[in-house]
Design a protein around this ligand. Sequence first.
Ligand SMILES: NC(=O)c1ccc[n+]([C@@H]2O[C@H](COP(=O)([O-])OP(=O)(O)OC[C@H]3O[C@@H](n4cnc5c(N)ncnc54)[C@H](OP(=O)(O)O)[C@@H]3O)[C@@H](O)[C@H]2O)c1
Length: 321
Amino acid sequence: MIEEDLPEPQKGEVRVRVLAAGVSAYDLMFRRSGKLPGTPKVPFTLGEDVVGVVDKLGNGVTSFAVGQRVAGATFSIGVGGGYTEYICLPAQEWVPVPLDLDPAEVVCLVVNYLTAHAMLHQAAKVKRGESILVQGAAGGVGSALLDLGRQAGLQMYGTASKHNHDVVSGFGATPIDYRAEDFVKRIQHLTGDGVDVVFDPIGGGRQVMRSYKAVRRGGRLIWFGVASTKQSGLRVIPFTLLAIGLLKLFPDGKRLPTAPDLGKDHAGYKKTLSELIALLAAGSLTPIVAQRIPLCEAARAHELLERGRYAGKVVLVTDEG
Ligand SMILES: NC(=O)c1ccc[n+]([C@@H]2O[C@H](COP(=O)([O-])OP(=O)(O)OC[C@H]3O[C@@H](n4cnc5c(N)ncnc54)[C@H](OP(=O)(O)O)[C@@H]3O)[C@@H](O)[C@H]2O)c1
C-alpha cells in the first residue's frame, strides 16, 4: 500500500471518495506480466471501475454536487487507477447512482456489464430466441453476459467448473463442465448444429478454434479476452490472434465481428451505464459479488483471483462501502 497526498481536482474534474473498486482478470494480467503495452511504470495503481461519493469539484464543474453518489471507469487515464481511497476524473466520466443501491453491486456494472452489453448488442447483435454459449460463464463478464442474455430472451449455455454450475443455472443457462466434458460435442448434442453465438473471453489458439466449431453455420464467434493467460502466460496472446486471423479467412458462413472498445465510445458507454443502473434499481439485474475485501487487503483479492474458485466479481470496499 502506498500513501500519497490527497489529489486535487483540476479544472473540469471531480474528486470522488471511493466506496467500491472492482478487481478483474485484466488487473491480474497487468500485475503479473508487467510487460503489456500501456503498462505504467511501477509502482502504479490497478483498477478500472469505481463507485463513490463526490468529495470535491474542480473549477467549472456544475453537473455534480458534493455528497452525490457516482460510478465511473478509469479508461480516460490509461491503465488502472481504481484501487484507491480518492480519485480525480473528468466530470464527463461520472454517472449518477441512486443512494439506495449497493456500491459493490453497482461496480459490477461499470466494466463487466458494460462489456457484456457491448458484446451482446454491438458485436453479436443478438435477437430474442437466439442461442448462445458463454465461455467462462461464472466469471465477472461471463455472469454479466448471462444476466443480460436472460433479459434479452436468449437460450443460453455456459461453460464453468462444476462448483460454479449453480451460478450458471441460476441465470437460466445450461451449465457445461469444461474441465470434464468436450464442450463442442456437448453443444452439438444439445443443439444439433451449434449455437448462434459463442462469447469467448478465455482465448488460446485451440480454445478459439473449438469455440468456432460450436458456432452453427451463419452464426458468430465473439472473442474478447485472454483469461487463459492466468494458466498459460502471455504466449497465448499471439496464438489467439493467429487463430482468429485464420478463422476470418474460412469461407464457411460463420463470422467473427470485432469486439468494440469501450474506452473509445465515451457517450455510448455513459448512456448504457445509466440504463444498466436503472435496471439494477428496478430489480431487473442480479450482479454477483464474489467477495467484498477491504481496499487495504488488495493483495488478498489478487490471491483469490489467482486461486480461482469464485463466481462473479471480486470487489474492494472501503470502510463506508
Ligand atoms: N475486451 C473487453 O472489453 C474486455 C472487458 C472486460 C474483460 N475482458 C476480458 O475478459 C476476460 C475475463 O475477465 P473476468 O474479469 O470476467 O475474469 P474472471 O472473473 O476471472 O473469470 C474468468 C472465468 O474463466 C473461467 N475459465 C478459465 N479457464 C477456462 C476455460 N478453459 N474454459 C472456460 N472457462 C474458463 C473461470 O471459470 P471457473 O472458475 O468456473 O473454472 C472464470 O470464471 C479477461 O481476459 C479480461 O481481460 C475483456
